[in-house]
Design a protein around this ligand. Structure first.
Ligand SMILES: Cc1cc2nc3c(=O)[nH]c(=O)nc-3n(C[C@H](O)[C@H](O)[C@H](O)COP(=O)(O)OP(=O)(O)OC[C@H]3O[C@@H](n4cnc5c(N)ncnc54)[C@H](O)[C@@H]3O)c2cc1C
Length: 494
């Protein structure tokens, strides 16, 4: 007999994990399935990490509503789930007088959307606030409610808190099809078997259109990924303290220069359509494009300090704008469709999807209630996810205390980012266990410094092999097919 759940979530990005966390408050038997070896391996781990203030989305759209509601939820969420979040605010910067009218339009749009505290500042004031800004700056908008987060930490924290509260998360488990009884969905088929359920939440990101089509809805909706490339600059290149956006264009928010919570500066993203949903490679021309965009805002940025590049794929809906009901080019799809029963359908979740994730999760609860689902709170619900120590950010006395309790916290594995063996082992045995190198990297920030993992990788392979009880040849970077080692080259004499 297939295992039975009340609700199955397809996709462990920030949206799916946040939905799981919010639903874990209620007496529901919830399963989340993720096709990759870890949560958050899609758009949720490759973005600008900005909690948007909400002046960008078109007024009156669900996108605008979710952005504003979501933004306001982040302080409480960060406190409960113990992930880093800073409300540093952000600037949209006009370079030259010709860009000023666009700022006025944006300010008006921000007012219509209800963005709190947004106001105009002069070019001179902007130079005073960010000394390295292009001296041609003619004015800027300041949005104090903008924030910075670590999107991966958010996704993992939501997933872990969901698990703490009884949600089952299955990694390496791909949705393949629905099981129907007439027009009602009664379960899902996966590569690891079937699961019966009363509800399915489609949170499949880039693949949400395919899931919709398998459910027999929205045949006109399709996703064309839009790739956004970034460069990461070494901490030595700290010339800005904040988030600097250019004035937006028809193509999007434009190439920004931003500080990160980890102390690096990142520049990007561009926005280019690609045909392959797995093509997140960076390109020469793309990097040139983002360097040019970044120099427009901060001409002195020294690109010799680039230490890494990456790209993320936006789940952009490309159906014609006059599609019935929803303008796919401008809005999220958040619905319980009538053509099929038992589906909560979430699609086209591009930016500001990260910001909006908690509001989308709350919206899913509202949709379920509207559909007649009686949600009863668990008396045992635990909203707090306990923090785990991060050696790098501890004062020396606390480091010493930690090492005295467990000497493995005294062994540095990543020298650039000061990550210890104790932290790695804690992640391997965490509520959502990290079983690959990348899973450890994204949780601890190991391997992201100047040496890009050259020092730590062999040691992490050894630790994973030991802790998981598997031969080193089976340790992977990001799941099956990405093994580091091919075969033993010599026999060690015991
Ligand atoms: C370049 C770029 C910059 C951005 N910047 C920002 C920003 O600064 N602020 C902001 O608010 N938003 C930003 N966004 C948007 C934000 O990152 C996304 O909206 C958000 O991460 C979407 O989350 P998701 O969970 O819907 O999708 P994803 O993170 O893509 O998750 C979907 C998951 O579903 C899984 N999946 C797919 N198919 C299946 C299947 N068949 N079976 C099981 N699992 C499946 C995938 O493996 C994936 O893990 C940006 C996006 C990009 C690409």
């Amino acid at each position: 007999m297939p295992e039975e759940f009340d609700l199955v979530i397809i996709g462990g990005g920030v949206v799916g994990c946040m939905v799981a966390r919010f639903l874990s408050r209620y007496q529901l038997h919830v399963l989340l399935i993720e096709k990759e070896a870890d949560v958050g391996m899609g758009a949720s781990s490759a973005n600008s990490a900005i909690v948007h203030a909400g002046y960008d989305p078109v007024p009156g759209t669900l996108k605008a509503k979710m952005n504003l509601l979501g933004n306001a939820m982040w302080d409480t969420l960060a406190g409960e789930l113990n992930f880093p979040f800073e409300r540093r605010g952000d600037y949209v910067v006009a370079i030259g007088p010709e860009e000023l009218p666009a700022l006025e339009d944006l300010l008006e749009q921000g007012r219509q959307n209800g963005v709190p505290g947004m106001h105009w500042i002069s070019g001179e004031e902007m130079i005073h606030r960010e000394a390295s800004i292009n001296p041609q700056v003619s004015g800027a908008l300041w949005a104090p409610t903008g924030g910075l987060c670590d999107p991966f930490a958010v996704t993992v924290a939501a997933a872990e808190n969901a698990i703490q509260n009884g949600v089952t998360i299955l990694l390496n488990t791909a949705f393949e099809d629905f099981i129907f009884e007439r027009k009602r969905i009664i379960g899902v088929k996966t590569n690891r078997g079937e699961y019966r359920c009363r509800w399915v939440v489609n949170a499949a990101g880039l693949y949400a259109d395919q899931v919709m089509h398998q459910a027999g809805i929205r045949p006109e909706f399709s996703i064309t990924p839009r790739r956004g490339e970034y460069c990461v600059l070494d901490r030595a290149e700290i010339t800005i303290n904040n988030v600097l956006f250019p004035v937006p264009s028809a193509a999007g928010k434009g190439i920004l220069v931003t500080a990160t919570l980890h102390g690096n500066t990142i520049v990007g993203p561009n926005a280019n359509p690609v045909s392959d949903r797995t093509d997140s490679a960076t390109t020469h021309s793309g990097i040139d494009e983002i360097i040019e965009g970044a120099h427009k805002l901060v001409p002195s940025l020294n690109m010799r300090h680039i230490i890494a590049s990456f790209a993320g794929l936006r789940a952009t809906g490309n159906a014609p704008c006059e599609a019935p009901g929803i303008d796919y080019c401008q809005d999220f799809i958040l619905e319980i469709p009538t053509a099929v029963q038992g589906l909560v359908n979430l699609g086209g979740i591009e930016s500001p999807g990260l910001t909006s994730a908690p509001a989308i999760a709350q919206h899913v609860i509202d949709l379920l209630c509207d559909a007649g689902e009686k949600l009863v709170e668990k008396r045992t619900w635990q909203p707090i996810r306990p923090p785990r120590p991060r050696f790098r950010s501890l004062p020396n006395e606390e480091r010493a205390r930690l090492i005295a309790t467990d000497p493995r916290y005294g062994r540095i594995i990543c020298r650039c980012e000061l990550v210890t063996e104790g932290e790695i082992i804690a992640e391997v045995h965490a509520p959502l266990p990290a079983h690959t190198y990348d899973a450890i990297k994204r949780r601890t920030w190991l391997g992201t410094g100047r040496c890009l993992g050259a020092f730590d990788t062999p040691r992490v392979v050894e630790i994973l092999s030991h802790e998981l009880g598997i031969p080193p040849e089976l340790v992977t970077k990001k799941g099956s097919g990405s093994e580091f080692l091919v075969r033993p080259t010599k026999q060690v004499q015991e």
